[in-house]
Design a protein around this ligand. Structure first.
Ligand code: C5P
Length: 234
């Protein structure tokens, strides 16, 4: 395995809960030394900035996964607002284009806090048919490689991708380009709506820095045991 440019913990637990109370209750079982946390659209839309602030106050590094995709001015404002919360990572959609990503970069640079800024390439739930349906030619991999190159040129710290593309991205962009991979499924977990998946050990081996894992942990009857099993595997 390559040198650790991006430090542990490498597991990012996706807190996809319908309310603040469930999310906070769940987080109390977890240890900031062993995992980071991700707040996405469901929890943020229900609970807003308060839950983000409470999780950060509890000592967790927080990935605010709101995948901004709008005109540059709007995305810049949203990124500045997200950075001001003191989160560890934020993201935008690479499909928003160069000007949008450059505006996001500038906004973060002018903020008091400087979260890692990543771009979603192609959602891990999309397969080749889904990509063609929205008018993109080529394979998911072709699109991920093209969008990741654009994201890097536009000042992103890294990309959100499937572990299936991580080895090629690592080869192409080197150790300092952060690879965040959802679509991680231990052999004992359901794939659910994710399409381009790998196990946690495989994902780390091919160069993923941070593994975003939700339901295999949060929907488990014993979340701590699930987390421990994943840690042991990687
Ligand atoms: O439960 P599961 O492990 O599938 O959760 C994956 C998490 O990662 C979800 O919160 C989802 O929104 C997020 N995500 C993703 N694919 C992306 C970007 C983020 O699944 N491309």
């Amino acid at each position: 395995m390559r040198d650790n440019v991006f430090t542990p913990p490498h597991i990012v637990v996706a807190l996809d809960f319908p309310d603040q109370q469930q999310a906070l209750q769940f987080s109390r079982q977890l240890d900031p030394q062993r995992c980071r946390l991700k707040v996405g659209k469901e929890l943020f839309t229900r609970a807003g900035t308060q839950v983000v602030e409470q999780l950060i106050d509890s000592g967790f590094d927080l990935f605010l996964d709101l995948k901004f995709h709008d005109i540059p001015n709007t995305v810049a404002g949203a990124c500045a607002a997200a950075a001001d919360l003191g989160v560890w990572m934020i993201n935008v959609h690479a499909l928003g284009g160069r000007c949008m990503m450059e505006a996001a970069r500038n906004a973060v640079e002018q903020s008091r806090h400087q979260p890692l800024l990543t771009a979603v390439t192609i959602l891990t739930s999309m397969d080749e048919n889904g990509i063609h349906e929205i008018g993109l030619a080529g394979t998911p991999r072709d699109n991920v490689m093209r969008l990741a190159a654009l994201a890097k040129e536009s000042g992103m710290d890294g990309v959100v991708c499937s572990p299936c593309e991580a080895a090629d991205l690592r080869r192409e962009h080197g150790a300092e380009f952060c690879l965040v991979t959802p679509g991680v499924r231990p052999s004992w977990a359901d794939r659910g709506d994710q399409n381009r998946t790998m196990t946690p050990a495989e994902a780390r081996k091919v160069g993923a820095d941070y593994l975003v894992i939700g339901r295999p942990i949060t929907a488990s009857t014993d979340p701590l045991e699930a987390l421990a099993a994943i840690e042991k595997e990687i």
